[in-house]
Write a protein that binds this ligand. Structure first.
Ligand code: ASP
Length: 427
């Protein structure tokens, strides 16, 4: 029987650490030459970088197809109407609340404090997108960001090797989707089918590349443990704790409060009704994969009108990812902290905004959020190679954040069901 991917990743982690750490310790004690762990770390990084480059390769097409599919799934512009507008506002707001929660918890815990993993910065120089932002005022920073949101040439942005202009790709794709919806029936239908197909292909390709994650993790684990020693694990432990705590606040405080006050439903009963979908999301780490079950739970077990769920849920599975948004923000702050980059307030605001955009652009499949990290990191000029460090613990966080993504979509259904004036049976 083939071992499941997350076990493979776990084994890769253990092997990487099991080989790298002792060598690092022996070199520290002077028993072996320091060049041994350093060389190993260098080769590890080489292997890991190939995997990262593969991830980088798929970012732009994945975003384009995912966003256009998400927007076109809302049907023609008129059909979108009130429900569409409200759902979008709800999705953006809860994701932003999740991001702010993540940032607050991060500042409370400071998981990377004291850890100096600056070694991970190597190779970052040429990737730094906008390091000059540090000296800018918030206004200038926001203006710059807004300006880069509009691509000078969308085709050029698509082929940008450092994914620096990916925000422009996001902006253009959303607009493109909106105008597909506004086009005549024939155009709309054929383009919708085309982009839907392309999205499916891109998801398959992503899943294929993700299969190499154990090799990438092994490489980065060797790099981190042989190069930096035990410090890496201490910092990673705190990082996992911070993300998990922040996600829990969002899942067990924020969203239940929304359910209680906006949807007027009992959070515990609704949670019970949704539990099969939430558990499936947890074990599959894919909100797209869970979608059929989410639909069933919402309609059959929570009694929500199909008219609402058939619109809110598919859209949510593509663009509403509270867990992913929160994770993106915390991960980037963590990377900044351990690589010794002080993020000014303006840059933290950029992290929040790009984390939101990245979560919108992320596909509902395992590790998609990690692929999108490139977007947020490059927006504030941080080394994308640092993704390698957090990759090792990504699966477990992915499982948890996917459940939160699905939980938030389900909550949106309850809120819209009530707001659209057709309250149905509780829970
Ligand atoms: N796995 C998540 C989802 O399917 C996306 C992510 O990687 O954050 O919802």
């Amino acid at each position: 029987m083939k071992l499941k991917l997350h076990y493979q990743i776990l084994i890769a982690m253990i092997i990487g650490a099991g080989v790298g750490l002792p060598l690092n310790i022996l070199a520290d004690q002077g028993d072996i030459d320091v060049s041994i762990p350093r060389t190993l770390a260098m080769y590890g990084k080489g292997v890991g970088d190939v995997f990262l480059r593969l991830l980088s390769m798929i970012v732009a097409p994945l975003i384009v197809t995912s966003l256009i599919t998400g927007v076109t799934s809302t049907g023609n512009a008129k059909g979108l109407g009130k429900l569409g507008g409200r759902t979008m506002i709800y999705y953006m707001s809860t994701s932003m609340i999740a991001i702010i929660t993540g940032m607050l918890v991060f500042n409370l815990i400071s998981p990377g404090q004291g850890a100096n993993l600056a070694l991970l910065e190597q190779g970052a120089e040429n990737l730094s997108a906008t390091p000059h932002l540090v000296e800018h005022t918030l206004g200038q920073t926001m203006w710059n960001q807004l300006f880069t949101l509009i691509p000078g040439n969308p085709f050029h942005s698509l082929v940008d090797p450092g994914n620096r202009s990916i925000l422009g790709v996001i902006f253009f794709s959303i607009l493109f989707g909106v105008f597909i919806n506004a086009s005549g029936d024939d155009t709309r239908k054929s383009l919708t089918i085309f982009f839907h197909g392309a999205y499916e292909v891109m998801m398959k390709m992503t899943m294929f590349i993700i299969r190499f994650a154990p090799i990438g993790v092994l490489g980065f684990m060797l790099y981190a443990s042989a190069g930096k020693g035990i410090e890496v694990f201490r910092a990673l432990g705190w990082y996992v704790l911070t993300v998990a705590l922040a996600l829990s606040v969002h899942a067990f405080i924020t969203l239940p409060l929304i359910l209680l006050f906006l949807a007027k439903r009992s959070p515990t009963q609704y949670f019970k009704a949704m539990s099969p979908a939430l558990l499936t999301a947890f074990s599959t780490a894919s909100s797209n994969g869970t979608l059929p079950l989410t639909l069933t739970c919402v309609e059959e077990r929570a009694g929500i009108n199909n008219r609402i769920s058939s619109f809110v849920l598919p859209l949510g599975a593509t663009i509403n990812m509270d867990g992913t948004a929160l994770y993106e923000a915390v991960a980037v702050l963590f990377i900044a902290q351990v690589t010794g980059h002080e993020l000014a307030f303006g840059q933290q605001v950029i992290v929040a905004i790009t984390a939101l955009l990245a979560s919108i652009g992320a596909a509902g499949i395992p590790h998609a959020g990690t692929v999108m990290m490139v977007v947020v990191l490059s927006a504030v000029g941080l080394p994308i190679s640092a993704v390698g460090l957090i990759l090792a613990v990504d699966r477990v966080l992915d499982m948890y954040r996917t459940s939160i993504n699905v939980w938030s979509d389900s909550t949106a259904c309850a809120v819209m069901d009530r707001m659209m004036g057709k309250p149905t049976v509780t829970p």
